[in-house]
Write a protein that binds this ligand. Structure first.
Ligand code: PLP
Length: 395
C-alpha cells in the first residue's frame, strides 16, 4: 500500500465475529475487560495469548492507532503516549535498560527535550553528552570516547533545521552496541523514515502533524522488535499511555496527513523563497535552500520534492522587544507554541521553546534573539505572505 492509502485504511475496520464492522474505529472508553473464564484471563496475563484485560496495558482504540503508526514508519510496533515528552521519556528508558547509562544527544534539539535529559534523566546517574550531530567525525569520536547506550537526534532540528545523516550515524551506533533514537516530529514519515535508515526507535509528538488540528496532546514511539518489547514492558508499569479519545482524534487527523503535509510543505517552500528576497529579513533557514549546510543529507534522506513545513528566519536589526512587536502585529498567523496545525503558527524560540536553554548553549545551537520560527498551515500562500509582509513592514 502506498502511504496515502495506508493512512486511511490501516488500523480501521477490524472484523469481529458476530458483530457488524464499524467503518471507523470507535472510542473504547472501558478500562477493564472480562472474559468467559478466569483461565482465559490467566492466559492473557501470562502472555500465552493476546488479549484485552486492562486499559493501561492495551485499549482497542489505541491498538488501531498503533497499528497505523507502525505501518506508516515501517516498524515492528508502536506505543501511543499521553504527550511527545512522555513518549521521549519512555523511549530513553527503554534504550538504556540494558545498555550503558550515557546518552549522546545532538546539541541542537527542542528545549524541553534538553531539560528532560538534563533535569529529569541526569539526576538518575544518566550521563548526558552533547555533540554536533551533523559533524560525523565528532559523532564518531564522541561514541568512541563516551561509549553511549543511546544516541539521539531530531530528524530536522528545532528550530534551525539541521539534518544529520541517520544512515551513517546508525552504522556507528550499531557498531558500538548502542540504540539510535530519532525524534521525527518535524518531518513526519512522509519526509523521512528513520527506522528504514537504521534507527531503532522513532518518536513523534503526535500533538503536531499527526493529529494536526491543535486539539490533541499525544506522542508515539515506533520501534524495532527488541525496543518495542521493552517499551511495552515499561509502559505496562509506568503507564504513560494515551487516552482513547485522543487516540481517536489522532487517527482521524492522520487520515488527512498526506494532503495536509503536502500543502504545508508547498506553502513553506514558497514563503521561504519569498522571505529570502525580503528587505527586512537577514537570513532564512529552510531545507530546500541549495546553500543549506546539510544539503547532501537532505538530498539523500528526504522524499524528493518535499522539504518540510517549518522555516525559521532572522529579522534584520531587531532586538527582543521589536521581535515581540512584530509577532503581536500578525493578524492571521497564530502566535502559538506549537507547529503542525492546519493554521500557520509563529513561535519565538528565546521566549518559548528554548527559553530555559543557557545562553551559551543557545548560541551553539545558532538561536539568536532575532530568530523566529514559522510552521506553515494549509491556508492560501498569498494570505500567509500578506500577513508576514504587513507585520515586517510595520516594524
Ligand atoms: C521536536 C519536538 N519533540 C517533542 C515535543 C514534545 O511534544 P509534546 O508537546 O506533545 O509533549 C515537541 C513539542 O513542541 C517538539 O517540537
Amino acid at each position: 500500500m502506498k502511504f496515502e492509502t495506508q493512512v486511511v485504511h490501516v488500523g480501521d475496520r477490524k472484523r469481529q465475529a458476530g458483530t457488524p464492522t464499524p467503518s471507523t474505529t470507535p472510542i473504547h472508553l472501558s478500562t477493564t475487560y472480562f472474559h468467559d473464564s478466569t483461565t482465559a484471563l490467566d492466559r492473557i496475563f501470562g502472555h500465552e495469548e493476546e488479549g484485552l484485560s486492562y486499559g493501561r496495558y492495551r485499549n482497542p482504540t489505541n491498538d488501531a492507532l498503533e497499528d497505523l503508526t507502525t505501518a506508516m514508519e515501517g516498524g515492528y510496533g508502536s506505543l501511543a503516549c499521553a504527550s511527545g515528552m512522555a513518549a521521549l521519556q519512555i523511549a530513553f528508558q527503554a534504550a538504556l535498560l540494558d545498555r550503558p547509562h550515557t546518552i549522546l544527544s545532538a546539541h541542537s534539539i527542542y528545549g524541553a527535550t534538553m531539560k528532560l535529559l538534563d533535569n529529569v534523566l541526569s539526576p538518575f546517574d544518566i550521563k548526558i553528552v552533547y555533540v554536533d550531530i551533523c559533524d560525523l567525525d565528532a559523532v564518531k569520536k564522541a561514541i568512541d570516547t563516551h561509549k553511549p547506550g543511546c544516541v539521539f537526534l531530531e530528524s530536522a532540528s528545532n528550530p534551525t533545521l539541521r539534518v544529520g545523516r541517520i544512515d551513517k550515524i546508525a552504522e556507528l551506533t550499531r557498531a558500538a552496541g548502542a540504540s539510535l533514537m530519532v525524534d521525527s516530529t518535524f518531518s513526519t514519515p512522509m519526509l523521512i523514515k528513520p527506522l528504514q535508515l537504521g534507527a531503532n526507535m522513532v518518536v513523534h509528538s503526535a500533538t503536531k502533524y499527526l493529529a494536526g488540528h491543535g486539539d490533541v496532546l499525544g506522542g508515539i514511539v515506533i520501534s524495532d522488535q527488541e525496543h518495542h518489547e521493552t517499551v511495552r514492558m515499561l509502559s505496562r508499569i509506568a503507564g504513560p499511555v494515551l487516552g482513547p479519545f485522543e487516540s481517536y482524534l489522532t487517527m482521524r487527523g492522520i487520515k488527512t496527513l498526506a494532503l495536509r503535509f503536502a500543502r504545508q510543505c508547498e506553502n513553506a517552500q514558497k514563503i521561504a523563497c519569498w522571505l529570502k528576497t525580503h528587505p527586512a529579513v537577514e537570513r532564512v533557514f529552510y531545507c530546500a535552500d541549495p546553500q543549506h549546510p546539510d544539503a547532501e543529507a537532505i538530498k539523500t534522506q528526504f522524499t524528493p520534492g518535499l522539504y518540510g513545513a517549518i522555516l525559521s528566519f532572522e529579522i534584520k536589526d531587531l532586538d527582543k522587544p521589536k521581535v515581540m512587536e512584530f509577532i503581536d502585529r500578525l493578524r492571521l498567523i497564530v502566535p502559538g507554541t506549537s507547529l503542525g496545525d492546519v493554521h500557520s503558527l509563529m513561535l519565538y524560540p528565546v521566549v518559548a521553546s528554548h527559553r530555559d536553554v543557557a545562553p551559551k548553549m543557545r548560541e551553539r545551537m545558532g538561536i539568536r534573539e532575532n530568530l523566529v520560527r514559522l510552521a506553515t498551515g494549509i491556508e492560501a500562500f498569498e494570505d500567509i505572505q500578506a500577513d508576514l509582509d504587513q507585520a515586517l513592514r510595520a516594524i
